[in-house]
Design a protein. Structure first.
Lengths: 308, 331
């Protein structure tokens, strides 16, 4: 559908930065945020969401960073683990959720239990697929939800149309797609190891371990217990329809290279400083494994609409 | 411990009942359940007959409405819940929080189970679902080791059911969209993983190829058996090697673990396979009935009998079975 058919609201979505999904060295993480805070990003999600064994950044380091982000005038949101299995993970989560300084992003149902009654964000891995789930969670404190990535424009529109007052919609607009979570660590598995003996080999793959089909099509990226798309999901081509649709935030998911350029490109396209076609040409030059956007049109996520 | 068996159609339901199921689980004939396959599931007449047959034999009937509806499908999911309530089935197996909320409000007397697709892998998640929807049972995803299962059971406000046998989801159920990445349809949105219309088998000089949504997920030698074509069990190139990068084409068999499963206090064991043949349902139900009875009589002396294992191996997909995530070394 064309954006002409929508009620224009004049609203311009804000830019958010998703949590770092990979295991980067402490210094690299700090440098990354220093660089990203030079861009027009407005909301910054941070914290370890993939594996409780990753501790180069300790919980207190993330909180300290959050304070710094807040004092720079941006909104920090603490993101929590996407898959909670053990008692230790539950305890850590409970502590995180008890801290009232900043908004928390729930990524496992367990977080909903701890966050009930105070404002929270539902991340991409909370299965919010319909208006009744949206209303139910809003009554428990939901302030913002990130549309599950397999849902497209049509469902976003239907949900936004019936959303409770004061609840914001965020869309995952750039990055390798989070596709699955498992008890198994696939990075360790591909090194012939189990999760308990992983040696933190995920640290060797700053954007995940690429897996290709037997005819050399880049297909998936393995990131610890998470499986991602190898291709980068990119909604820049439809950016101008997101504001009129009522999308409040547009999320960029961190990659080890060029994330600040991606953020600036989205910002410049939002303000109209550069044309979308020009921005898209920039992005295409940054992603060796290609751009896809099929989910937004409710087709295979690996497919892409015609290049602009 | 209750034995919960799959029934994709009326003959399978009868086979499960005849071979010793304590409960059967079924689905309606549409995308409201996670085995939305052509020709599978129950129409009204078959439902009536199946329910009667099960009741006459004192076997409980659960209906899975365990996919996630988007706003445009809402009426269909709500109608499925109402239909299950009207039929007076013993429980609905639900996953979607919106559907759970509807069922709990509209039919407060109805037994609700949280489906494995509901992704509750820990106590806090179970507590949340119990507090709001009054679920009576949770089916836990194939994520936890048996020690973790026991720990959950010790504190859980509801009874716990686990998968004991059948095809093995490598990913947390309800949180895997690999299928829709290649096809546009996932268990969550469509009720099937790797829908048949998107699967292509082809003989080539390089071997037999399997494609899903056009993506080459497997190429194997002529003598290698072909399993159900899922992305997670395909062979790919990783750092120059061709290998099963996610999981081999194995299926789950926890018969060896049965004494520990019972000792952990598992309330029910579920066999996967509503999409499988009536013969499969007969065989797996018969073997598991015998095994559970034997283990109940004398858990300390329990050993899986060779003919049980042979019977299960004959109906397993692929050639290998695994204890899967229940054993920590799998992780």
């Amino acid at each position: 559908m064309s954006s002409d058919a929508l009620q224009p609201t004049g609203q311009r979505p804000r830019l958010s930065l998703g949590p770092i999904l990979y295991y980067w060295p402490h210094e690299q993480v700090l440098d990354f945020y220093a660089e990203i805070l030079e861009t027009p990003v407005e909301v910054v999600y941070l914290g370890e969401t993939i594996c409780s064994k990753r501790r180069l950044m300790r919980p207190e380091d993330w909180w300290e960073l959050a304070e710094r982000i807040a004092s720079s005038g941006r909104e920090p949101v603490i993101s929590t683990l996407a898959l909670i299995e053990s008692e230790g993970e539950l305890k850590t989560l409970e502590r995180q959720c008890a801290d009232q300084r900043f908004l928390i992003e729930a990524n496992d149902l367990a977080a909903l239990d701890f966050l009930e009654g105070r404002p929270f964000v539902a991340g991409t891995s909370i299965n919010l697929y319909n208006q009744r789930t949206l209303a139910f969670l809003a009554a428990r404190g939901l302030k913002r939800w990130v549309l599950p990535v397999e849902l497209g424009r049509e469902t976003a529109m239907d949900l936004i149309r019936t959303r409770p007052a004061g609840v914001e919609c965020e869309v995952f607009a750039f990055g390798r797609l989070p596709l699955a979570y498992s008890a198994r660590c696939f990075t360790a598995f591909n090194n012939g190891q189990g999760k308990d003996q992983c040696e933190f080999r995920c640290g060797e793959h700053p954007d995940g371990l690429l897996i290709s089909t037997q005819e050399h099509q880049a297909f998936l990226a393995l990131n610890g217990i998470q499986t991602q798309s190898a291709a980068t999901h990119d909604l820049l081509p439809v950016l101008s329809e997101l504001g009129p649709l009522g999308v409040d935030l547009v999320r960029i998911s961190p990659q080890s290279q060029h994330t600040a350029i991606v953020m600036r490109t989205f910002a410049a396209c939002l303000t109209g400083d550069i044309a979308i076609a020009e921005g898209q040409a920039t992005l295409r030059g940054l992603v060796p494994t290609g751009l896809v956007d099929g989910y937004w049109s409710s087709v295979a996520g690996i497919s892409s609409s015609k290049p602009i | 411990m209750e034995l919960v068996c799959p029934a994709g159609n009326l003959p399978s339901l009868k086979a499960a009942v005849d071979n010793g199921a304590d409960a059967v689980y079924i689905g309606f004939r549409d995308d409201t359940n996670a085995r939305h396959f052509a020709g599978l599931n129950f129409n009204d007449k078959q439902l009536e007959e199946g329910l009667r047959y099960a009741r006459d034999h004192k076997v409980r009937v659960f209906v899975a409405i365990n996919t996630f509806t988007q706003p445009r499908g809402w009426q269909r999911w709500a109608a499925a819940v109402d239909r299950g309530a009207d039929l007076g089935v013993d429980a609905l197996i639900l996953a979607d929080m919106g559907v759970l909320d509807y069922a709990a409000q509209r039919h407060p007397q109805l037994g609700l189970h949280l489906s494995v697709q509901g992704s509750a892998t820990n106590l806090a998640a179970i507590r949340f679902m119990h507090r709001h929807f009054g679920i009576r049972r949770v089916v836990v995803p194939r994520v936890l080791s048996i020690a973790q299962v026991a720990h959950v059971i010790a504190e859980s406000p509801v009874s716990v059911e686990i998968f004991g046998f059948g095809s093995l989801c490598v990913m947390v159920e309800g949180r895997c969209i690999l299928s829709s990445y290649a096809t546009g349809q996932s268990p969550n949105t469509y009720g099937a993983c790797s829908p048949a219309a998107h699967v292509e088998w082809r003989d080539t000089p390089d071997g037999q190829e399997t494609r899903l949504g056009g993506v080459l997920i497997e190429r194997r030698g002529r003598d290698e058996p072909a399993g159900y074509p899922t992305i997670c069990k395909g062979r790919y190139e990783v750092e120059g090697d061709i290998r099963y990068a996610i999981e081999q084409p194995t299926s789950l068999n926890t018969l060896d673990l049965l004494p520990q499963i019972m000792a952990a206090g598992v309330a029910a064991i579920k066999l996967e396979g509503r999409q499988r043949s009536t013969r499969y349902v007969s065989e797996v139900t018969r073997v598991w009935r015998e095994a559970i009875d034997s283990c109940t009589r004398n858990p300390a002396a329990f050993r899986p009998e060779a003919d049980w294992m042979d019977a299960l191996a004959r109906v397993s997909e692929g050639t290998q079975t695994t204890i899967g995530p229940y054993e920590r070394t799998w992780h």
